[in-house]
Write a new protein. Structure first.
Length: 148
């Protein structure tokens, strides 16, 4: 855009096409830059609409890093981390930030506990096969192995 500065101030008869060919940029880019100059007298980026993000990029990265490093960390601990970095935020904001980064809280499925009957049958099996040799166990096809 620095090359285009000279064209702003000169009331020339150069067309957008000629300027774009001289500067090797698209005609629509030249047109939009000149329109912006005429309307706002600047080519700098103007303020955008909408609410700015509550968390800075630095804080967001720190929260994601802590949550990744310690998967069992609580929202309250993450809030304290954000407060140490100078940002007071609600737990929902932190949760939403982690979701946007691909981190979701999951509750582990409950594993059924072994009952007395299970333990007895397991012990019975172990005692009945104590005398088996290693070669016999190599012939056993284990159900959790996929290779056959």
């Amino acid at each position: 855009m620095g090359q285009l500065d000279s064209f702003y101030h000169i009331p020339s008869a150069l067309s957008y096409t000629k300027i774009s060919q001289d500067l090797n940029i698209s005609r629509s880019t030249v047109q939009s830059i000149i329109r912006k100059w005429k309307e706002y007298s600047t080519t700098a980026n103007l303020p955008r609409h909408g609410r700015p993000p509550k968390l800075t990029e630095r804080t967001r990265k720190a929260l994601v890093r802590n949550a990744t490093k310690c998967p069992k960390i609580t929202l309250e601990e993450l809030r304290r981390t954000a407060a140490e970095l100078g940002e007071s935020v609600h737990g929902t904001t932190i949760s939403r930030t982690l979701h946007k980064s691909g981190l979701h809280g999951r509750v582990a499925r409950r594993k059924p506990l072994l009952k007395g009957g299970h333990k007895k049958s397991c012990l019975k099996f172990a005692r009945s096969h104590m005398e088996d040799t290693a070669t016999m166990w190599k012939k056993v096809l284990w159900s959790n192995e996929t290779k056959m």
